[in-house]
Design a protein around this ligand. Sequence first.
Ligand code: HEC
Length: 186
Amino acid sequence: MKLGLIAVLTLLTPLAVYADAPEQAAVQKSQEAMKEFGMTLKATLQAAMKEGGVMNAIPVCHTEAPKIAQQMSAKYGVDIHRTSLKPRATPPSEWEMVVLEGFEKDKAAGKPVADLVWKEVVEVNGTPTLRMMKAIGTEDVCLTCHGTAINPEVQAKIQALYPNDKAVGFKLGDIRGAFAVSAALP
Ligand code: HEC
């Protein structure tokens, strides 16, 4: 009985490890993509602010953010973008909304925003796919364009580019949104 169990476990363990390997690789790739995406966005924002202040940075975000998302998707072979429960440009899909709502609950229960990460593997059109999300916190610099007391000139510029903008009223430490990655497993 005991020996039989050990034999079964010995047989299953390498299979389990093998089955996990593509998922592990996809998780690592997704984490790298989110990290580089975040760093590139921040560097682009900082450069634009330095060059021409917030009025220059708004159109730069408008044109560059979607481009950077595409570049990162191509580089890592995944679909990566940002989204939010209060979106400016990229509203959440159904599954993303569920995860974002879960993040809000976890934060309310005391979990630090930096630790809010979620993942699952699901079949998408017959392909096992890793879905991963990581929350993005609201920092001081974000408040200029996403905060509660936005300069009217800045507000007008945002409104002109995003007539349906919902991405204002955030406070320091709020969940501004999240990275969302879909990566097909090999
Ligand atoms: C200069 C104004 C400006 C600042 C400062 C700014 N953002 Fe944004 N943000 C934008 C614009 C414009 C968009 C829409 C970009 C697009 O069209 O894809 C955006 C979109 C986003 C999105 C995508 C989700 C959505 O709402 O559509 C997230 C997440 C986000 N910003 C987070 C941040 C964070 C975090 C900071 C601070 C580190 C920050 N932003 C600072 C202007 C700004």
